[in-house]
Ligand binder design. Structure first.
Ligand SMILES: Cc1cc2nc3c(=O)[nH]c(=O)nc-3n(C[C@H](O)[C@H](O)[C@H](O)COP(=O)(O)OP(=O)(O)OC[C@H]3O[C@@H](n4cnc5c(N)ncnc54)[C@H](O)[C@@H]3O)c2cc1C
Ligand SMILES: *[C@@H]1O[C@H](CO)[C@@H](O)[C@H](O)[C@H]1NC(C)=O
Ligand SMILES: *[C@@H]1O[C@H](CO)[C@@H](O)[C@H](O)[C@H]1NC(C)=O
Length: 550
């Protein structure tokens, strides 16, 4: 027996060694001596910052310094392997923020604080995220424009989404909505049979399958992800690595920008918005979901390191669905999103990594509840009414700020999440899922705090949501964009900070309101569009002409 394993073990070691060798850190361009002045200084090499540094340094007569607080992403396997995302949390590459204790939410979390990972590394949070790539609804951007963000309507931003993209999903490649040859690879993410089961159930329940980055996002959507050849395609990989040798681009890592005397009194930190989800585990008599045994089997490792395929190439988010709540305006953006997770729920993994910061008692309950779930649906609130804030705690730039999202302060947010749960329940009751004996896991055991309430009543779910609903990690809008005379705006529609010359903000914080999708793709779009504004160039005239009737 032993001997038959030897060659395999040797092969695995050889492949891993080869992989590490060929991906050997090549950070020589990160140690060039810095100059004393530059035309542009870009602070933060995140989703948006990496794009801006790349585009500005396309002009050879322009000098650019990119300053990043964190280090390089190379040499850390979890940054390469999409399934490794969870192991990046609470490491030195994570800012590891915690919110202030929440009054209306997070009740099962340690000190009622929600945990906010954020990337502190080249590529920023695009290197820590779950790689879901969704642009948002056309109505998001049209609404920004209507509220005073001139030049940010859907028809204005679409060409920049297309420019950014190297789209690798044949099915939709020729629809006109996608780009080829851009820096950001976007590919289909499917590694289990569950994706098509979720799709069939959704179709039976009346949801059309659509390209949620195409003409119409309402319906079921096969996941598109920032993954290339089975590797996480962060903006470090996409936008920085290919251009690092440019003479006019200097990159300074492990460097924190500390300059913050107050120059203008602006509403920075207000208008904080975030998405939240509440997981519904589902029992089914199939075991297609990814679990730790499948993810670490020899077969999986060989598949990954030899062919760039298999379970490890996915963050397990294989599909999503968009719909409207009963109060939602059907001619406007959707207000409910479902994320479909293709994992078998494993309380021990949840305990080990504790991504939602559960307190000890809740972890105990989870471990003792013997949840047997081979599917998980995550109903998601995408247009919260609650507004939070981020404030400085001190003048020390190394101190974390006080983050208070005011989660679920507005009752309407809870109502929409409950309706999201009802949509998930509708899917569980389809014939497609009945075939697998699917039933929702009774969460009473998991949530003794709510067990005095009638199971499945709205009050039960409200209780569950206020205890355990968690962030989807999409905080936005704390330096919101708006008209010059808008007192809530920090930057104008050119992203210039009001009242300060020569300073722009280009990242997820300028979003007028949180978009209907996950926030990485729009952050990249903002980086692309801002670069044209700063350079005074129009690089998308061709694309605009082709998409003018979209
Ligand atoms: C766990 C997790 C999962 C997520 N999953 C998804 C997903 O699947 N799909 C999706 O679309 N979105 C997802 N997101 C959100 C998305 O990744 C972010 O919205 C997006 O990356 C934000 O980009 P940004 O450019 O605004 O900021 P960031 O990418 O966070 O960039 C900010 C950069 O600035 C640096 N920096 C900060 N302060 C300083 C300083 N003083 N000096 C120098 N440098 C500094 C930081 O280190 C960082 O590199 C997820 C987020 C998290 C945390
Ligand atoms: C740094 O300074 C040198 C010498 O003046 C110059 O040749 C080079 O282009 C500068 N690089 C950048 C990125 O500013
Ligand atoms: C799964 O459950 C369904 C419905 O109860 C049943 O018909 C089917 O035979 C079961 N399949 C397996 C593999 O147990």
């Amino acid at each position: 027996m032993c001997f038959s394993w030897m060659p395999i073990a040797v092969l695995v070691i050889a492949v891993i060694a080869g992989y590490v060798y060929f991906n050997k850190p090549s950070d020589i361009y990160l140690s060039r001596p810095l100059n004393s002045t530059y035309d542009y200084i870009v602070v933060g090499a995140g989703s948006a910052g990496a794009v801006v540094a790349n585009r500005l340094s396309e002009d050879k007569d322009t000098s650019v310094l990119l300053v990043e607080a964190g280090g390089s992403e190379l040499g850390i396997l979890e940054f390469e392997i999409p399934a490794g995302f969870i192991a990046l949390q609470r490491t030195e590459r994570d800012w590891e923020y915690y919110t202030e204790p929440q009054k209306y939410a997070s009740r099962s979390m340690k000190e009622k604080r929600s945990y906010w990972p954020r990337g502190r590394v080249l590529g920023g949070t695009s290197n820590l995220n779950n790689m879901v790539y969704i642009r948002g609804s056309r109505h998001d951007f049209d609404h920004w424009e209507k509220e005073g963000c001139n030049g940010w309507s859907y028809k204005d931003v679409l060409p920049y989404f297309i420019k950014a993209e190297d789209f690798q999903m044949d099915e939709y490649a020729d629809s006109g909505y996608h780009g080829k040859g851009g820096y950001q690879t976007v590919s289909e993410s499917q590694v289990t049979e569950l994706r098509d089961i979720y799709m069939a159930a959704s179709e039976e329940a009346g949801y059309k399958t659509v390209d949620c980055n195409g003409e119409n996002m309402i319906g079921f959507c096969k996941m598109q992800s920032s993954i290339r050849n089975g590797q996480r395609w962060s903006t470090a990989k996409a936008y920085l690595r290919p251009v690092m040798e440019r003479e006019n681009l200097h990159i300074s890592i492990n460097s924190i920008v500390t300059k913050i005397p107050v120059h203008a009194d602006l509403p920075v930190g207000s208008n904080l918005q975030d998405h939240m989800f509440c997981g519904l585990p589902i029992y089914a008599n199939v075991s297609y979901g990814i679990d730790i045994i499948k993810a670490t089997s020899i077969k999986t490792l060989l598949q990954y390191f030899l062919f760039g395929k298999g379970y490890l190439t996915s963050s397990a988010l294989e599909a999503t669905l968009y719909t409207h709540s009963s109060k939602g305006d059907k001619s406007f953006y959707p207000d409910i999103q479902l994320h479909f997770l293709s994992i078998s729920f494993d309380p021990n993994m949840a305990k080990k990594y504790n991504p939602n910061n559960l307190d000890d008692e809740s972890i105990e309950n989870m471990i003792n509840s013997n949840i047997d779930a081979s599917m998980v649906i995550l109903p998601t609130l995408i247009h919260p009414k609650s507004r939070g804030e981020i404030r400085l705690k001190s003048t020390d730039p190394f101190d974390h700020p006080a983050i208070d999202p005011h989660y679920l302060e507005q009752k309407e947010d809870v109502n929409v999440l409950i309706e999201g749960i009802r949509v998930a329940q509708k899917l569980v009751k389809t014939k497609v899922l009945e075939k697998y004996g699917a039933k929702e896991v009774n969460l009473i055991a998991l949530n003794p705090k709510c067990s005095h309430l009638k199971y499945d009543s709205d009050a039960f779910w409200e209780c569950g949501i206020r205890n355990a609903a968690q962030t989807v990690y999409h905080p936005t809008s704390t330096c919101r964009m708006g008209a010059a005379n808008d007192p809530t705006a920090v930057v104008d529609s050119q992203l210039r900070v009001k009242g300060i010359a020569g300073l722009r903000v280009v990242d997820a914080s300028v979003m007028r309101n949180i978009p209907s999708g996950n926030t990485n793709a729009p952050s990249i779009m903002i980086g692309e569009k801002a670069s044209d504004m700063i350079r005074g160039k129009d690089t998308v005239a061709d694309i605009r002409a082709k998409t003018k009737n979209f």
